[in-house]
Design a protein around this ligand. Structure first.
Ligand code: K7E
Ligand code: CUA
Length: 763
């Protein structure tokens, strides 16, 4: 009864508000607010450039690595509102990731030597490309700590695949996609024996190696294909970041390195530490690899396999002209190919210059076999003079470079000086600098590593936040600073704290290139992307029993779980498959069972599975973990783990309340009154041009479903009443009312939407 009154009150209030109009006497002026909060005009302008009114959308979506969280962080630009954490290398309970059987299989793909690795240090995300531009289909990211690469499908923002690198013990230079996502690059970092076996550090130069893997991407399957993947054996320099060539440099990859001194520390052996020996030379090496030619050799069967994977030895790479070295500034970090593909910009952490290499010059040196010598492994070295276009002083500790929509304009992150330097790599002129808080690592412009950067905004991914935010203990959040780059001088707009690991790199894509799903096809296994063999349809739920094993094929819909009672025997293996029957947007149901480490997130249409051994007799409540409806708390059930040899008692189920004919009739009267409210809402909706609003259409479709369920329950109530079974008549009448309430809720949401969107009255 209370709810029906509430529904009426909502309708009445809406009417009053419409009459009264929207003017409100308590509104403050902008001036008053600015004064009260001590805001300058510059602050208010920055706020106006980033603020998104309710229901509004961002222009770009940013995918940031989650660092030690092993996840990917998704946020909008310019609002900097966090939208999602995608579980990638680390279990993520909200998404059921690492808790349902389907996603456990994805994580199991990332096992190393049979060992479960549930931690990752995610570093460099890359969006799939078509013709050098983001196509919005897939996202790749690497795990530096346990060299692995993951594939995320941007249809549903879920991780679909994790592949461990067959040769490396760490990686850093991934992921970078070639212009048509033919391959995804993954470069190693700390040298180690490629066979994964032991070798003493004394044999570092002979036995330790670096490498660069080109993972073949099968776009149709949406998966990396280890069978077609190949790896370059590289010298034991610490390979760092990579980038793929495009335009004139298409077909080539560029990978820099530090510690080409091949120094091995060992403080406890009385040796100066790594940091001393790894930075003693003035230059390190950029590696230039020809992946197109390498792929041809693989296809021609000319590349051998080691541990079942194609490995191009240094000797073969030299013999086939696949690998060259070029000196680069001391301890380089970024290695960024310009949008036109003609230049490669490298900056040395221990230098103050950004070095601009010309691909035309590099190619001429290769073609003319103009080498200044060979490294200790016989790899030809192109001289710096032969390859360099210019070097520009940009500030102390330059790291990474991103590009603007304006030709030649780029931005370099300056770690030591804590600033962004805007400069022109074609003219060599520095254009502007902006202080950063503090010690910027990567930086990112909108679509800034494609052949068509958008400019507009830049995000500085800072290593330290120090004093920028309210203190929350010694571990501070990270600080992503949003910068307006649409004018000649850069303007700082916003500081966003990121409280989830240290993001390294991020990529941003224009929102209109993405088209994510709202629901899955019914009974969908989202990780394998096919109909689940475990799906169930409404009314076809069942429980299969075999000795020692109970398997449930159930469903979820507002607001009940079928089955509501699961009976098993102590020691049974229990498999529970649940299909969300909802079609409505955002109607996710969760599922957790007390004490079993189970948490499913079952989005509309999805089928997800939980499996465990019921090893202790007891009573374990289960429930839906998403607040999905007014009767969400009642979306519950019991797992009964009976002791071995338990004999069921035949007693009737005890009733808390006994219902009479009067109770039934009162409930029916309530239902009829509720129906009137529903009819009023329906009349409002149908008298407006609701069909022009997809959101409303979806709500109406869902409401129609709920009314259908209400009709079924009504039928059952009436059948029971005919047989004078007032107990069941009353309970089914109440169930009929529950469906009505859901219908009314949806109807009111649709009505509010129509009112707020200025729908027109049509009759
Ligand atoms: Cu932190 Cu790209 Cu791993 Cu630079 S990386 S700063
Ligand atoms: Cu379903 Cu709460």
């Amino acid at each position: 009864m209370r709810l029906i009154n509430r529904l009426k009150a909502v309708l009445l209030l809406t009417a009053i508000c419409t009459l009264a109009g929207s003017s409100a006497a308590w509104t403050q002026t902008l001036q008053e607010v600015m004064q009260e909060r001590g805001l300058t005009e510059k602050d208010v302008l920055a706020a106006a450039k980033t603020y998104i009114p309710t229901g509004g959308r961002d222009e770009y979506l940013c995918f940031s690595s989650g660092g030690q969280s092993g996840q990917v962080i998704v946020y909008g630009i310019p609002s900097m509102r966090i939208l999602k954490y995608i579980g990638v290398f680390t279990p993520e309970p909200w998404q059921g990731y690492g808790f349902d059987d389907e996603s456990k299989a994805v994580l199991a793909g990332g096992r190393i030597d049979g060992k479960d690795i549930t931690f990752g240090d995610s570093h460099h995300p890359a969006i799939s490309e078509t013709d050098g531009d983001y196509d919005g289909k897939f996202l790749f990211i690497n795990d530096k700590a346990n060299p692995r690469v993951a594939v995320i499908d941007l249809k549903d923002f879920e991780t679909k695949q994790i592949v461990p690198n067959p040769f490396f013990q760490s990686d850093h230079g991934g992921c970078f996609a070639t212009p048509n996502t033919e391959y995804v690059m993954e470069g190693s970092q700390y040298p180690a024996p490629l066979d994964g076996e032991f070798a003493p550090l004394e044999e570092f130069n002979e036995k330790y190696r670096g490498g660069l893997t080109y993972w073949k991407f099968d776009r149709e399957a949406g998966r990396l294909d280890p069978e077609q993947t190949f790896t370059f054996e590289l010298p034991p320099y610490s390979q760092d970041l990579s980038d793929a060539g495009k335009g004139p440099s298409y077909g080539w990859g560029f990978t820099n390195s530090f510690c080409s001194e091949r120094y091995v520390g060992g403080i406890e052996r009385g040796r100066p530490p790594f940091e001393a020996g790894c930075s003693s030379k003035d230059t390190d090496f950029m590696h230039v690899t020809n992946w197109v030619k390498a792929a041809e050799l693989v296809a021609a069967g000319k590349v051998g396999k080691v541990k079942g994977h194609y490995l191009i030895s240094i000797a073969q790479a030299i013999a086939e002209d696949l690998l060259f070295l070029i000196p680069e500034p001391k301890s380089p970090h970024g290695c960024d190919v310009s949008p036109d593909g003609a230049s490669i910009i490298v900056a040395g952490k221990l230098d103050s210059h950004a070095w601009v290499y010309s691909f035309v010059k590099i190619k001429a040196a290769i073609d003319g076999r103009n080498f200044e010598g060979y490294d200790a492994y016989g790899i030809p070295i192109i001289s710096l003079e032969a390859a360099l276009d210019k070097s520009v002083s940009v500030g102390l500790g330059p790291l990474h470079t991103q590009f603007d929509s304006e030709d030649g304009v780029c931005y370099t992150s300056i770690y030591v000086d804590s600033q962004i330097t805007k400069w022109n790599y074609k003219t060599g002129k520095v254009l502007d600098t902006l202080p950063i808080h503090y010690n910027v690592g990567h930086l990112m412009t909108m679509e800034g590593d494609t052949k068509n950067p958008d400019g507009k905004f830049l995000v500085a991914l800072n290593k330290l936040a120090i004093d920028r935010f309210d203190p929350v203990g010694p571990l501070h959040p990270q600080n992503h600073q949003l910068i307006d780059i649409s004018h000649p001088t850069m303007t700082l707009l916003y500081d966003m704290p990121l409280p989830l690991g240290e993001p390294h790199y991020a990529v941003s894509i224009k929102m209109d290139k993405l088209d994510p799903l709202v629901r899955y096809k019914s009974g969908w296994d989202s990780r394998q992307e096919k109909r689940s063999e475990f799906r169930a349809r409404a009314g076809r739920e069942r429980t299969d029993r075999q000795p020692g094993k109970v398997e449930v094929f159930g469903t979820l819909i507002r607001s009940h779980i079928t089955p509501e009672i699961i009976e098993v025997t102590e020691g049974d293996k229990v498999l529970i498959h649940l299909t969300n029957l909802e079609r409505a947007e955002d109607e996710v149901h969760g599922f957790s069972i007390s004490g079993q480490n189970i948490q499913l997130s079952v989005e509309p249409g999805k089928t997800a599975s939980a499996s465990f051994v019921a090893d202790k007799a007891g009573v374990y409540p289960y429930y839906c973990t998403e607040f999905c409806s007014a009767l969400h708390l009642e979306m519950e059930g019991y797992l009964l783990v009976q002791p071995k040899g338990y004999q069921a008692v035949t007693a009737e189920m005890q009733q808390g309340v006994a219902y009479s004919k009067e109770d039934y009739l009162t409930q029916v009267a309530t239902n009829e009154a509720t129906q009137e409210v529903i009819d009023q809402v329906v009349a409002f909706i149908t008298s407006h041009n609701y069909q022009e609003f997809p959101t409303v259409l979806a709500l109406v479709e869902d409401a129609t479903d709920q009314l259908g369920f209400a009709a079924e329950a009504k039928q059952k109530a009436e059948t029971a009443a005919t047989g004078n079974d007032w107990q069941n008549a009353m309970l089914w009448a109440n169930q009929w009312w529950q469906y009505q309430v859901k219908t009314a809720d949806l109807g009111l949401r649709a009505k509010t939407f129509l009112e707020e969107s200025g729908a027109k009255k049509i009759k």
